[in-house]
Design a protein around this ligand. Structure first.
Ligand code: NAP
Length: 248
């Protein structure tokens, strides 16, 4: 346990699994009180129990994010549970791959609703309160395929590209009030969500200098940096944590 985030509160969406779970555990390990959110209450409570077992503070606030109202409701309930929110991590996301011609309107709406609309209205609710206090950190989880064209990833990549632009827009909008908004761009990372990809994840990762998939802890470490005062002069940045994939 370190104390660099002690006294801070954090809301992490998609914290019942994978990268979000590691972010929740890491932020709690640095002293933050973490609101663990997701749809699955049982897995959410397991993450809360793991955090409490290591001496940290956490609470589960469930949410199925499917429109602006559910995002606004999560913001209100998380604020009520934690007192206020200093750190928002927009991590919940889905990443179906496939040809553009076979994408249905429902697929399109599902991806843009969770990956773009939910972060948008969470920020709409929470950033003004952070700005009033003159302090806050928002970290959006993007992806390397928001940075280059990849066959089969038009829908997913474009949704995260929107989130990257929102990161810069919100840095302009809220940065002058003391709210830093940044993004982390993971490369292929082993999670519950990518478990079914098997060798395809290794093949995707092989193109980068590191030549391997990332771990959830490697992604969480970058988020912890952007959540802390160690990154006090970093606004509107996209931090690739992708084994160097978008650099080459
Ligand atoms: P994951 O293991 O599939 O976990 C996804 C999380 O999102 C779960 O906690 C899930 O909650 C939550 N979620 C899904 N639909 C939701 C909804 N409608 N409402 C609320 N929460 C919902 O995913 P991951 O691989 O850790 O990925 C996390 C983030 O990193 C995503 O934004 C993804 O795009 C990004 N990313 C991942 C990779 C990778 O290789 N893994 C690479 C680049 C970027 P429940 O389980 O409770 O339903």
């Amino acid at each position: 346990m370190s104390s660099e985030l002690s006294g801070k509160t954090a809301l992490v969406t998609g914290a019942t699994s994978g990268i979000g779970k590691a972010i929740a555990v890491t932020l709690a390990g640095r002293g933050a009180k973490v609101v663990v959110s997701g749809r699955d209450e049982k897995r959410g409570e397991q993450v809360v129990a793991a955090i409490r077992d290591m001496g940290g503070q956490a609470v589960f606030v469930g949410s199925d994010l499917h429109d602006a109202a559910t995002a606004r409701s999560l913001a209100a309930r998380a604020t009520q549970a934690a007192g206020h929110i200093d750190i928002l991590v927009n991590n919940a996301g889905i990443y179906p791959f496939g040809p553009t011609s076979q994408t249905t309107e429902d697929d399109f709406d599902d991806v843009f609703t969770l990956n773009v609309k939910a972060p948008y209205f969470l920020v709409a609710e929470l950033a003004p309160e952070m700005a009033k206090r003159g302090d806050g950190a928002i970290i959006n989880i993007s992806t390397m395929v928001a940075e280059f064209g990849a066959d089969g990833m038009s829908l997913y990549g474009s949704s995260k590209a929107a989130l990257v632009l929102l990161t810069k827009s919100w840095a302009a909008e809220y940065g002058p009030s003391g709210v830093r908004v940044n993004a982390v761009s993971p490369g292929p990372t082993r999670t519950e969500g990518t478990a079914g990809m098997g060798d395809a994840l290794d093949q995707l990762a092989a193109a980068g200098p590191a030549g391997r998939p990332g771990s959830v802890d490697e992604i969480a470490e970058a988020v912890a940096f952007l959540a802390s005062d160690r990154s006090s002069f970093v606004h509107g940045a996209l931090l690739p944590v992708d084994g160097g994939r978008i650099a080459v």
